[in-house]
Ligand binder design. Structure first.
Ligand code: CU
Length: 377
């Protein structure tokens, strides 16, 4: 287990607001889209209701400790998640629309159109520094959200880690290079995540999607005009022992697993990946994503945005039962994701029914990396 020491980040002791003065002013013809996003400590249940909806049976997680029989363990974990608020007071959570309910524990969807500028007003309600680091969009040194030896100082360091209780505004222009390339459809997905301690922050829960639509191909809300339904699926091997909240979440006996007491049966995935390694899609395990959250109609143009997390073996093989997709211009029903890879697949479902969508890495599937989607007439 990695040491749980907290890195001293004394440089971030003041609350600072605003990165606008030095934001690159390119392609500013579009809108400014402002998002109020906080890092909040909440309880997340990987299997709410205690049902394995893939098997259609009750589910209770258990773990083998160094001696004795399997014991019940909770599927609930304290996590720090990005949550969207209505305004800068951060008093009222913005309700998540039903079509985005499937995002689960991911942060809110951030949208933009090529030419827009995205502003993220970030409030850190956690108890250690966190940040928002985006992929793909343009940022200068005051909006990168990562502390490293980059030769900057002063205001350009204020974004690196926002202190507990602090608020900071990240400014991200979205020029052409943040939008679809020649082989893409009308929109592309990027991820954003906290990057003060990238591995720990992501395992703690600070990870979210951003979609940038091509200029001239967006509705006024930024969504791509030629797409009926967008779905984001983040395949994540969440290592709860690498969360900043591990000491709150894990039973003290978890340490015995690291000290490698007698293994019950090393061929069982659980003996290699204990109960706190969560093979989840958007925080859902064993089909716990509500089926209503992933329902689409036959003949719709459905765009699936896929991504993976950061851990050492976050390789995944998303597989759709029942329907096929076009991925990189080719027909398939299995995608591939390496760590932090982002990929987009186009589906026009022609096959009505309730279908499995799971990782085809066999032990990921066994450990519950599966949800169901439904195609209605
Ligand atoms: Cu997988």
């Amino acid at each position: 287990m990695r040491a749980h020491s907290i890195i001293a980040l004394t440089a971030f002791c003041t609350v600072s607001v605003g990165a606008a003065r030095s934001a690159p002013a390119r392609e500013s013809a579009g809108k400014t889209r402002t998002y109020f996003i906080a890092a909040d400590t909440v309880t997340w249940d990987y299997v709410p209701g205690g049902r394995d909806e893939i098997a259609g049976k009750p589910y209770a997680d258990t773990a083998f400790f160094s001696k004795g029989k399997p014991q019940p363990v909770s599927t609930r974990y304290r996590k720090v998640l990005y949550r969207e608020y209505t305004d800068s007071t951060f008093r009222t959570l913005k309700p998540r629309p039903p079509e985005w309910e499937h995002l689960g524990f991911l942060g809110p969807l951030i949208r933009g159109v090529v030419g827009d500028t995205i502003r993220v007003v970030f409030r850190n309600n956690g108890d250690r520094p966190y940040s928002v680091h985006p992929h793909g969009v343009l940022y200068d040194k005051s909006s990168e959200g990562v502390p490293y030896n980059d030769g900057t100082s002063g205001h350009d360091k204020a974004d690196d880690g926002v202190p507990p209780g602090g608020t900071y505004t990240y400014i991200w222009p979205g020029p052409e290079r943040a939008g679809p390339g020649p082989m893409d459809g009308s929109s592309v997905m990027w991820m954003y995540h906290s990057h003060v301690d990238e591995v720990r922050d992501i395992n703690t829960g600070l990870f979210g999607p951003m979609i940038i639509t091509a200029r001239g191909k967006a509705r006024s809300d930024g969504s791509p005009k030629d797409v009926d339904r967008e779905i984001v699926a983040s395949f994540m091997q969440v290592e709860e022992q690498d969360s900043w909240l591990a000491n709150e979440n894990l039973l003290p006996s978890a340490d015995s697993l690291f000290s490698l007491g007698p293994k019950t049966n090393p061929s069982l995935p659980q003996d290699i990946y204990p109960w706190f390694s969560k093979f989840s899609i958007n925080g859902f395990v064993h089909g716990s994503m509500p089926l209503t959250a992933l329902t689409m109609r036959k003949g719709e143009h459905v765009r699936w945005y896929l991504m993976a997390s950061t851990n050492d073996f976050d390789f995944h093989a998303p597989h759709w039962h029942g329907n096929t997709v076009i991925l990189n211009g080719m027909r398939t029903d299995v995608a591939q994701l390496a760590m932090m890879q982002m990929s987009t697949a186009e589906m026009v479902p022609d096959n009505i029914g309730t279908w499995l969508f799971h990782c085809h890495v066999s032990f990921h599937n066994e450990e519950g990396m599966a949800v169901r989607y439904r195609v209605t007439p």
